[in-house]
Design a binder for this molecule. Structure first.
Ligand code: BES
Ligand code: MN
Ligand code: ZN
Length: 503
């Protein structure tokens, strides 16, 4: 894991393998951003000219590496584009700083220690630079032999930050905790499904509970059968590795509010008897990203001791076809008592979430937020870069959207149109697990709504798009598991602790 330090020394004087500086896009070419003054001085004030001559413009995502002149302790200067400089007086956009730091972290190669001399005057800047650097430095190498020259960044030093300033220190602590947990979620998502099973996932949560001081209860298949969890059991019954429902309980003695987070944890989604065709199942180890986000966000909150009660519900199962698997046409009796006709076994997420939502509702939390890689329809609607937000409360949906935006987690509010509800009526059971094809993401949301307790504020994040990134890395987003929604959930917990989210 990459360590984070705050440094008061001048960027040029700091002992490191590389020093990262910011470049903005000026009207007449690249300009050196604040934070890099001492480095520029070592270039005799000609760093911008040098970068210009090398073809740099200061555009977002651009990286230019320059050998360091004498007067700079580091061996190389990594200049990263920040885009256009903010208008007079305004600070740098947090997401621009996160992205630039992430891009630089990925461009550092084998560096052991890097100094980040990006604009970091305010605590929010320190948090953004640190978060971007720590997320950008992520690599998943657990299943690969050591390759030459590949080592993970050992230390990120944020230059310009003040280690004795309370706000700067808190910002750095938050960045370190949250980034480490986003990276934990990424590790879980990237772990192949032959190793990450409902059982091993639950064991990982138990271990974290011991380490960070929160309660973990695991319901195994016997407990689930006895408890009447027909949705989770039905989805898991075709797999050789039986399902689990995990309850995480983080409490703070001074907390007055309780948030419940519910995560879809399908450790592999083959589609079941309604099997997915080749081309649609290669990345389905990512179908537990919601549960990973819930788990990771609560660990971050526990590490930082947030003044809030958080309950996490991880609905863990593997969706497989076998002689024992649930069939299209079967009727399941859910935890809530509702009967559901399974028309398509590939619409399994809503079945496991239904039980977890009903169970979570029994404890009457102040609000419930569920996170799930739920529908391909949401990816078609919004693209792979953003998640959809649905809610039974428009004001709450707006607050969740604002929280996500502030974290740089792209998302968009989606409706729950009443008239679609009847499209999943069933001739046999109370409801079916599938409605019409068009608007499939909204239908899934409406299905979940059926299982949320009366009067409880609820939001549903469909992260099927952003959970797993198959293209080239960009900003602080790596290939593979992204850790989508961890920072949004954490922010909701933080805002609740601060008394800003719920009335
Ligand atoms: N896990 C999938 C959704 C998904 C798709 C996640 C793409 C990540 C990327 C989900 O279980 C699923 O299969 N949904 C079906 C529902 C349909 C059968 C009603 C879908 O979206 O096709
Ligand atoms: Mn599915
Ligand atoms: Zn699924």
């Amino acid at each position: 894991m990459t360590a984070l330090t705050l440094s008061t020394s001048a960027a040029a004087a700091l002992r490191a393998d590389a020093v990262v500086v910011g470049v903005t896009k000026g009207p007449k070419g690249p300009q050196v951003a604040p934070g890099a003054e001492t480095v520029d001085k070592a270039f005799d004030g000609k760093l911008a000219t040098t970068l210009d001559a090398l073809g740099a413009s200061g555009a977002e995502g651009e990286v230019t590496k320059v050998p360091a002149p004498s007067g700079v302790k580091a061996a190389i200067v990594v200049a990263v584009g920040l885009g256009e400089a903010p208008q007079d007086g305004a600070g740098f956009d947090a997401e621009a700083l996160r992205k630039a730091a992430g891009v630089a972290a990925r461009a550092l190669g084998g560096a052991k220690k890097a100094a980040f001399a990006l604009p970091a005057a305010e605590a929010a800047d320190v948090e953004a630079v640190a978060t971007g650097a720590l997320l950008g430095a992520y690599a998943f190498t657990a299943y690969q032999a050591e390759k030459d020259g590949r080592s993970t960044l050992g230390e990120v030093a944020v230059v310009g930050a003040k280690p004795r300033d309370k706000a700067h220190k808190a910002a750095a602590e938050r960045a370190a905790a949250v980034a480490a947990e986003v990276n934990r979620a990424r590790d879980l998502i990237n772990t192949p499904p032959n190793d990450l099973t409902p059982k091993s996932f639950a064991a990982a949560v138990q271990a974290a509970g011991k380490e960070h001081g929160f309660k973990v209860e695991v319901m195994d298949e016997k407990a689930l059968l006895k408890g009447g969890y027909g949705g989770i059991m039905g989805v898991g019954q075709g797999s050789a590795t039986p399902p689990r429902l995990v309850r995480i309980g983080y409490t703070h003695a001074k907390a007055t509010r309780t948030l419940a987070f519910v995560g879809k944890g399908i450790t592999y989604d083959s589609g079941g008897i309604s099997l997915k065709p080749a081309g649609h199942n290669e990345t389905m180890k990512c179908d537990m990203s919601g549960a990973a986000a819930v788990f990771a966000a609560i660990v971050a909150a526990a590490k930082l001791g947030l003044e809030v009660n958080l309950t996490g519900w991880l609905a863990l199962a593997e969706n497989m076809p076998s002689g024992g698997a649930v069939r299209p046409g079967d009727v399941l009796r859910m935890y809530s008592g509702t009967t559901v006709e399974v028309l398509n076994t590939d619409a399994e997420g809503r079945l496991v979430l239904a039980d977890a939502l009903a169970r979570a509702s029994e404890e009457s939390p102040d609000a419930i937020v569920d996170v799930a890689t739920l529908t391909g329809a949401m990816v078609l609607a919004l693209g792979e870069g953003r998640f959809g937000i649905m809610s039974n409360d428009d004001a709450f949906r707006g607050k969740v959207h604002a929280a996500a935006l502030a974290q740089g987690e792209d998302s968009w509010p989606m409706p729950l149109p009443k008239e679609l509800r009847k499209t999943f009526d069933s001739p046999t059971a109370d409801i079916a697990n599938m409605g019409v094809r068009l608007g499939g993401g909204l239908i899934a949301g409406l299905f979940l709504k059926e299982f949320v307790g009366e009067g409880i504020t609820w939001a549903h994040l469909d992260i099927a798009g952003p959970a797993f990134h198959e293209g080239a890395p960009f900003g602080y987003t790596p290939k593979g598991g992204t850790g989508s929604a961890v920072r949004t959930l954490f922010s909701l917990a933080q805002q609740t602790a601060d008394g800003d989210l719920l009335p």
